[in-house]
Design a protein around this ligand. Structure first.
Ligand SMILES: Nc1ncnc2c1ncn2[C@@H]1O[C@H](COP(=O)(O)OP(=O)(O)O)[C@@H](O)[C@H]1O
Ligand SMILES: CC(=O)N[C@@H](CCC(=O)OP(=O)(O)O)C(=O)O
Length: 298
């Protein structure tokens, strides 16, 4: 019989103690988590994600999940034989595509995430931007470079919207009653039309309106990478502008960093682009000194 503790158990205790200052700092705070369609593929990662969200709620943080589902909408459109194009990272959305996007996002994916959180012991409520007037939207006009003329021209993206207003009352009520809101990026316009909204944009608007202290975007890369593929762990708006101008940040990363910059400029303390392929990426970022991904701050 010995009193020497098992080193593995001791390491676990040390991890919990390391989390203490973060637990104290964030009790009562709101964290918005954008869960991208690319980060959703693997059942084990889905379970890890749901456990992380439930753990946040259990320690007194209010998580709000805003999800995407671009690849899943793409797969459904393909099955139904509907063609789909992107302009500037946004899906051109005719009325049929809008119906399918709403079905996949607010119907299928939204309820799957609610189920995963339920299985992890949390109580989630799935809604879209339409519910309780959470998000109102207006039509976006896309711009596309015309290679023949070397100028930008306007493109009609159909029912693609951008948030014009967020009323977070429903989110605060749900959070106060112990529920975890799960939000699909679909909203109603003042014109009565249903709009398909880029999930990064939707999540950023919700993070700003809720007074979130942290905003996480879970994707399928390590974070923002430099020209040689190395992770940049810390960025501010000026550095991001330079990286966009020299072409280091491009494609799907552009709306992400722009959303992060808007969020931190509108009062969110910090936005973090995280690798959703890493198990428990969110917990490591929040509760350890190591951090993960790319932190964007004002
Ligand atoms: N500097 C960069 N660092 C990291 N990823 C970048 C960068 N520039 C462009 N990207 C691209 O952005 C993608 C992430 O955006 P996207 O595919 O829209 O993600 P999601 O579906 O999670 O919203 C990466 O997979 C990568 O191809
Ligand atoms: C207008 C627009 O492009 N809407 C997106 C909404 C889903 C989304 O943004 O999903 P990810 O976060 O998984 O990319 C779409 O139709 O794909």
């Amino acid at each position: 019989m010995t009193n020497a503790p098992d080193p593995a158990l001791l390491a676990k205790a040390e991890t919990l103690v390391e989390a203490l200052p973060y637990l104290q700092r964030y009790a009562g705070a709101t964290f918005v988590v954008k869960y991208g369609g690319h980060a959703m593929g693997d059942p084990e990662l889905q379970r890890d994600f749901a456990e992380d969200v439930v753990l946040l709620k259990a320690v007194g943080i209010n998580p709000i999940v805003v999800h995407g589902g671009g690849p899943q909408i793409g797969a459904m459109l393909k099955r139904l034989g509907v063609e789909s194009n992107f302009v500037g990272g946004l899906r051109v959305t005719d009325s049929e595509t809008a119906k399918i996007a709403e079905m996949v996002l607010a119907g299928s994916i939204n309820k799957e995430i609610v189920s995963w959180i339920g299985a992890a012991g949390g109580r989630a409520v799935g809604i879209s931007g339409k519910d309780a007037g959470l998000v109102t939207a207006e039509k976006v006009t896309g711009r596309e470079a015309d290679p023949l003329q070397g100028i930008e021209r306007h493109v009609d993206l159909g029912f693609v919207g951008e948030p014009t207003g967020v009323n977070p009352a429903i989110l605060h009520s749900l959070a106060a009653q112990g529920f975890i809101p799960v939000v699909a990026p679909i909203a109603l316009g003042a014109d009565g039309h249903t709009y398909n909204i880029n999930a990064d944009t939707m999540a950023g608007a919700i993070a700003s309106a809720c007074g979130a202290s942290r905003f996480f975007l879970l994707t399928d890369v390590a974070g923002v990478l430099d020209k040689s593929g190395e992770l940049m762990t810390d960025l501010d708006p000026a550095r991001i502008a330079a990286l966009k101008a020299d072409g280091t940040i491009k494609g799907g990363m552009i709306p992400k960093v722009e959303t992060c910059v808007n969020a931190v400029e509108q009062g969110v303390d910090a936005a973090v682009i995280l690798d959703g392929r890493v198990p428990h990426a969110m917990l490591l970022e929040i509760f350890t000194r190591r951090g993960a991904g790319t932190l964007v701050h004002a």
